[in-house]
Design a protein around this ligand. Structure first.
Ligand SMILES: [Fe+2]
Length: 307
Protein backbone atom coordinates (compact mmCIF):
# COMPACT_ATOMS: atom_id res chain seq x y z
CA UNK A 1 0.00 0.00 0.00
CA UNK A 2 1.22 3.48 -0.78
CA UNK A 3 0.07 6.25 1.57
CA UNK A 4 -1.62 9.42 0.33
CA UNK A 5 1.35 11.46 1.57
CA UNK A 6 3.80 9.22 -0.24
CA UNK A 7 1.73 9.39 -3.41
CA UNK A 8 1.62 13.18 -3.31
CA UNK A 9 5.35 13.28 -2.66
CA UNK A 10 5.97 11.05 -5.67
CA UNK A 11 3.78 13.19 -7.89
CA UNK A 12 5.46 16.38 -6.72
CA UNK A 13 8.95 15.06 -7.20
CA UNK A 14 8.27 13.41 -10.54
CA UNK A 15 6.56 16.57 -11.79
CA UNK A 16 9.39 18.75 -10.58
CA UNK A 17 12.01 16.65 -12.30
CA UNK A 18 10.11 16.68 -15.56
CA UNK A 19 9.33 20.43 -15.28
CA UNK A 20 12.95 21.24 -14.56
CA UNK A 21 14.11 19.11 -17.48
CA UNK A 22 16.63 17.46 -15.23
CA UNK A 23 18.38 14.32 -16.33
CA UNK A 24 19.81 11.65 -14.09
CA UNK A 25 23.26 13.09 -14.70
CA UNK A 26 22.15 16.56 -13.50
CA UNK A 27 20.78 15.07 -10.34
CA UNK A 28 24.07 13.37 -9.56
CA UNK A 29 25.99 16.64 -9.69
CA UNK A 30 24.81 18.36 -6.55
CA UNK A 31 26.26 17.98 -3.09
CA UNK A 32 29.90 17.62 -2.13
CA UNK A 33 30.77 15.74 -5.29
CA UNK A 34 29.64 18.76 -7.29
CA UNK A 35 28.33 22.09 -6.05
CA UNK A 36 29.81 22.29 -2.57
CA UNK A 37 31.31 25.20 -0.67
CA UNK A 38 33.39 25.54 2.42
CA UNK A 39 32.06 28.78 3.91
CA UNK A 40 34.71 30.75 5.80
CA UNK A 41 32.94 32.90 8.40
CA UNK A 42 34.61 35.28 10.84
CA UNK A 43 32.64 35.84 14.03
CA UNK A 44 33.69 39.01 15.88
CA UNK A 45 32.59 38.87 19.51
CA UNK A 46 32.88 41.77 21.95
CA UNK A 47 34.33 40.46 25.19
CA UNK A 48 35.56 37.18 23.69
CA UNK A 49 38.15 35.78 26.12
CA UNK A 50 41.53 36.48 24.52
CA UNK A 51 42.56 32.81 24.64
CA UNK A 52 39.82 32.12 22.10
CA UNK A 53 40.87 34.79 19.61
CA UNK A 54 41.45 32.84 16.39
CA UNK A 55 39.60 29.76 17.70
CA UNK A 56 38.27 27.63 14.85
CA UNK A 57 35.00 25.71 14.86
CA UNK A 58 33.91 23.42 12.03
CA UNK A 59 30.17 22.99 11.53
CA UNK A 60 28.43 20.24 9.59
CA UNK A 61 24.67 19.94 9.67
CA UNK A 62 21.75 18.20 7.95
CA UNK A 63 23.87 15.31 6.74
CA UNK A 64 20.82 13.21 5.86
CA UNK A 65 22.85 10.11 5.14
CA UNK A 66 20.74 7.61 3.19
CA UNK A 67 19.61 6.79 -0.33
CA UNK A 68 20.38 10.27 -1.69
CA UNK A 69 23.46 11.15 0.36
CA UNK A 70 26.26 8.60 0.33
CA UNK A 71 28.94 8.25 2.96
CA UNK A 72 31.55 9.84 0.67
CA UNK A 73 29.80 13.22 0.75
CA UNK A 74 30.02 13.38 4.52
CA UNK A 75 33.61 12.21 4.46
CA UNK A 76 34.42 14.95 1.99
CA UNK A 77 32.78 17.58 4.23
CA UNK A 78 34.78 16.48 7.27
CA UNK A 79 37.97 16.14 5.20
CA UNK A 80 37.67 19.75 4.00
CA UNK A 81 37.39 20.92 7.60
CA UNK A 82 40.20 18.67 8.82
CA UNK A 83 42.61 20.45 6.46
CA UNK A 84 41.95 23.77 8.22
CA UNK A 85 43.22 23.16 11.77
CA UNK A 86 39.81 23.11 13.35
CA UNK A 87 39.79 23.14 17.17
CA UNK A 88 36.24 21.91 17.66
CA UNK A 89 33.75 20.18 15.38
CA UNK A 90 30.02 20.73 15.84
CA UNK A 91 27.30 18.62 14.21
CA UNK A 92 23.94 20.33 13.77
CA UNK A 93 21.54 17.35 13.72
CA UNK A 94 19.41 15.60 11.08
CA UNK A 95 21.94 12.84 10.46
CA UNK A 96 19.47 10.62 8.61
CA UNK A 97 16.99 10.47 5.76
CA UNK A 98 14.88 7.38 5.27
CA UNK A 99 12.91 7.24 2.05
CA UNK A 100 9.99 4.88 2.15
CA UNK A 101 9.38 4.89 -1.61
CA UNK A 102 11.07 2.90 -4.31
CA UNK A 103 10.33 5.68 -6.80
CA UNK A 104 13.96 6.78 -6.58
CA UNK A 105 15.29 3.41 -7.57
CA UNK A 106 12.86 3.37 -10.51
CA UNK A 107 14.07 6.81 -11.62
CA UNK A 108 17.67 5.78 -11.08
CA UNK A 109 18.15 8.47 -8.43
CA UNK A 110 20.04 6.49 -5.88
CA UNK A 111 23.47 7.46 -4.64
CA UNK A 112 23.84 4.78 -2.01
CA UNK A 113 23.12 1.26 -3.20
CA UNK A 114 23.87 0.06 0.32
CA UNK A 115 20.97 1.93 1.93
CA UNK A 116 18.56 1.62 -0.99
CA UNK A 117 18.64 -2.17 -0.63
CA UNK A 118 17.52 -1.98 3.01
CA UNK A 119 14.09 -1.87 4.60
CA UNK A 120 13.38 1.06 6.91
CA UNK A 121 13.96 -1.00 10.10
CA UNK A 122 17.31 -2.12 8.70
CA UNK A 123 18.30 1.28 7.34
CA UNK A 124 17.85 3.32 10.53
CA UNK A 125 20.47 1.55 12.69
CA UNK A 126 22.74 1.09 9.67
CA UNK A 127 22.69 4.83 8.90
CA UNK A 128 23.37 5.88 12.49
CA UNK A 129 26.12 3.29 12.86
CA UNK A 130 27.75 4.58 9.66
CA UNK A 131 27.58 8.17 10.93
CA UNK A 132 29.02 7.11 14.26
CA UNK A 133 31.86 5.23 12.53
CA UNK A 134 32.69 8.26 10.36
CA UNK A 135 33.06 10.60 13.34
CA UNK A 136 34.42 8.12 15.87
CA UNK A 137 37.82 8.00 14.24
CA UNK A 138 38.30 11.76 13.79
CA UNK A 139 40.46 13.90 16.02
CA UNK A 140 39.84 17.54 16.87
CA UNK A 141 41.71 19.04 19.80
CA UNK A 142 38.56 20.02 21.72
CA UNK A 143 36.42 17.16 20.43
CA UNK A 144 33.23 16.65 18.47
CA UNK A 145 29.78 17.57 19.80
CA UNK A 146 26.42 17.24 18.10
CA UNK A 147 22.78 18.12 18.63
CA UNK A 148 19.59 16.37 17.58
CA UNK A 149 17.33 17.29 14.64
CA UNK A 150 13.71 16.65 13.76
CA UNK A 151 14.55 13.72 11.47
CA UNK A 152 16.39 12.09 14.37
CA UNK A 153 13.30 12.40 16.53
CA UNK A 154 11.05 11.14 13.75
CA UNK A 155 13.16 8.07 12.90
CA UNK A 156 13.18 5.93 16.03
CA UNK A 157 14.76 8.28 18.57
CA UNK A 158 15.71 5.42 20.95
CA UNK A 159 17.90 3.96 18.19
CA UNK A 160 19.53 7.35 17.68
CA UNK A 161 20.12 7.61 21.42
CA UNK A 162 21.55 4.13 21.71
CA UNK A 163 23.92 4.36 18.78
CA UNK A 164 24.94 8.02 18.86
CA UNK A 165 25.21 8.53 22.61
CA UNK A 166 27.25 5.45 23.37
CA UNK A 167 30.21 6.35 21.18
CA UNK A 168 33.38 7.67 22.75
CA UNK A 169 34.55 9.72 19.78
CA UNK A 170 31.87 12.38 20.11
CA UNK A 171 29.03 13.51 22.38
CA UNK A 172 25.45 14.48 21.68
CA UNK A 173 24.22 17.46 23.71
CA UNK A 174 20.50 17.47 24.45
CA UNK A 175 19.86 20.52 26.62
CA UNK A 176 23.40 20.14 27.91
CA UNK A 177 26.34 22.49 28.13
CA UNK A 178 30.05 21.88 28.00
CA UNK A 179 32.85 24.28 28.84
CA UNK A 180 36.09 24.54 26.92
CA UNK A 181 38.71 26.00 29.21
CA UNK A 182 41.91 27.88 28.65
CA UNK A 183 43.06 28.55 32.21
CA UNK A 184 40.35 30.71 33.78
CA UNK A 185 38.85 31.59 30.39
CA UNK A 186 35.85 29.60 29.23
CA UNK A 187 33.87 29.02 26.09
CA UNK A 188 30.44 27.60 26.92
CA UNK A 189 28.73 25.49 24.25
CA UNK A 190 25.05 24.75 24.87
CA UNK A 191 23.38 22.18 22.62
CA UNK A 192 19.59 22.33 22.68
CA UNK A 193 16.99 19.67 21.90
CA UNK A 194 15.15 20.14 18.61
CA UNK A 195 12.73 23.08 18.72
CA UNK A 196 10.12 21.43 16.51
CA UNK A 197 10.02 17.86 17.76
CA UNK A 198 11.90 17.78 21.07
CA UNK A 199 11.74 19.54 24.43
CA UNK A 200 14.11 22.50 24.08
CA UNK A 201 15.31 24.09 27.31
CA UNK A 202 17.02 27.34 28.16
CA UNK A 203 20.79 27.41 28.66
CA UNK A 204 21.99 27.58 32.29
CA UNK A 205 21.32 31.01 33.73
CA UNK A 206 24.82 32.25 34.42
CA UNK A 207 26.26 35.69 33.78
CA UNK A 208 28.87 35.90 31.03
CA UNK A 209 31.88 37.97 32.01
CA UNK A 210 33.57 39.84 29.14
CA UNK A 211 37.14 38.69 28.75
CA UNK A 212 36.50 35.56 30.79
CA UNK A 213 33.53 33.74 29.29
CA UNK A 214 31.46 33.56 26.13
CA UNK A 215 28.64 31.27 25.06
CA UNK A 216 27.72 29.53 21.83
CA UNK A 217 24.26 28.06 21.27
CA UNK A 218 23.87 25.11 18.92
CA UNK A 219 20.27 24.64 17.80
CA UNK A 220 19.19 22.50 14.89
CA UNK A 221 16.23 24.77 14.22
CA UNK A 222 16.84 28.55 14.10
CA UNK A 223 13.26 29.24 15.26
CA UNK A 224 14.54 28.47 18.78
CA UNK A 225 16.59 31.67 18.70
CA UNK A 226 13.72 34.24 18.69
CA UNK A 227 12.12 32.29 21.53
CA UNK A 228 15.41 32.37 23.44
CA UNK A 229 15.90 36.08 22.81
CA UNK A 230 12.54 36.82 24.44
CA UNK A 231 13.71 35.27 27.68
CA UNK A 232 15.08 37.87 30.12
CA UNK A 233 17.94 35.71 31.41
CA UNK A 234 19.14 34.63 27.99
CA UNK A 235 22.85 35.16 27.52
CA UNK A 236 24.85 34.12 24.50
CA UNK A 237 27.15 35.61 21.89
CA UNK A 238 26.83 33.36 18.90
CA UNK A 239 24.34 30.75 17.67
CA UNK A 240 24.78 28.21 14.91
CA UNK A 241 21.80 26.49 13.32
CA UNK A 242 20.77 24.30 10.39
CA UNK A 243 17.44 22.73 9.41
CA UNK A 244 16.50 25.14 6.59
CA UNK A 245 18.90 23.74 3.95
CA UNK A 246 18.99 27.39 2.84
CA UNK A 247 15.75 26.56 1.06
CA UNK A 248 17.57 23.83 -0.95
CA UNK A 249 15.76 24.99 -4.10
CA UNK A 250 16.38 28.68 -4.72
CA UNK A 251 14.57 30.07 -7.73
CA UNK A 252 15.53 33.25 -9.58
CA UNK A 253 13.46 36.23 -8.34
CA UNK A 254 11.35 34.07 -6.01
CA UNK A 255 14.30 33.00 -3.86
CA UNK A 256 14.11 30.01 -1.49
CA UNK A 257 10.64 28.55 -1.76
CA UNK A 258 10.67 25.86 0.87
CA UNK A 259 12.88 26.91 3.78
CA UNK A 260 11.30 25.31 6.83
CA UNK A 261 11.64 28.24 9.21
CA UNK A 262 8.96 30.57 10.59
CA UNK A 263 11.36 33.50 11.10
CA UNK A 264 12.56 34.28 7.58
CA UNK A 265 15.54 36.26 8.89
CA UNK A 266 17.22 32.92 9.50
CA UNK A 267 16.95 31.11 6.15
CA UNK A 268 20.74 31.08 5.64
CA UNK A 269 23.93 32.95 6.44
CA UNK A 270 24.63 35.48 9.19
CA UNK A 271 22.04 37.66 10.87
CA UNK A 272 23.01 40.08 13.63
CA UNK A 273 20.57 40.64 16.49
CA UNK A 274 22.15 43.44 18.47
CA UNK A 275 25.67 42.17 19.12
CA UNK A 276 24.70 38.52 18.75
CA UNK A 277 25.61 36.53 15.67
CA UNK A 278 23.07 34.01 14.40
CA UNK A 279 24.32 31.78 11.60
CA UNK A 280 22.22 29.30 9.63
CA UNK A 281 24.03 26.79 7.42
CA UNK A 282 22.59 25.46 4.18
CA UNK A 283 23.71 22.03 5.37
CA UNK A 284 25.20 19.14 3.52
CA UNK A 285 22.34 16.85 2.53
CA UNK A 286 18.93 16.99 0.89
CA UNK A 287 15.34 16.16 1.81
CA UNK A 288 12.07 16.20 -0.11
CA UNK A 289 13.80 16.37 -3.48
CA UNK A 290 17.07 14.62 -4.34
CA UNK A 291 18.87 17.74 -5.54
CA UNK A 292 19.70 21.37 -4.80
CA UNK A 293 19.25 24.36 -7.05
CA UNK A 294 21.27 27.59 -6.66
CA UNK A 295 21.93 26.53 -3.10
CA UNK A 296 25.23 24.68 -2.74
CA UNK A 297 25.81 22.15 -0.01
CA UNK A 298 27.91 23.61 2.79
CA UNK A 299 30.49 22.89 5.42
CA UNK A 300 31.23 25.91 7.60
CA UNK A 301 34.43 27.10 9.22
CA UNK A 302 33.90 29.71 11.94
CA UNK A 303 36.84 31.71 13.23
CA UNK A 304 36.16 33.54 16.48
CA UNK A 305 37.89 36.89 16.91
CA UNK A 306 37.72 39.67 19.47
CA UNK A 307 35.58 42.58 18.26
FE1 LIG B 1 17.52 18.72 7.48
Amino acid sequence: MISRRAFLQSALVGGSIVAAGLTRRDLQLDGPTGDFRLEDVTVAIAGLPPAFHGYRIGFLTDLHLGVWVPEEWIVRGIDELSKRQVDLLILGGDYILVNELNLWQQLGIVRSEKFSAMSKPEAIPAIYSTIADIFDGRQFSDGIYGVVGNHDHWNAFPIFQTIMRERRGFSILINEEIQIRRGEQRLHVFGVDDYLTGLPALPPSIPLTPGLSARIIVSHNPDYIPALLQHPSCSFNFAMCGHTHGGQIVLPILGPIAAQVADRRFVSGTRMIGERHIYTSRGLGVVGLPFRLNCPAEATLFTLVQA
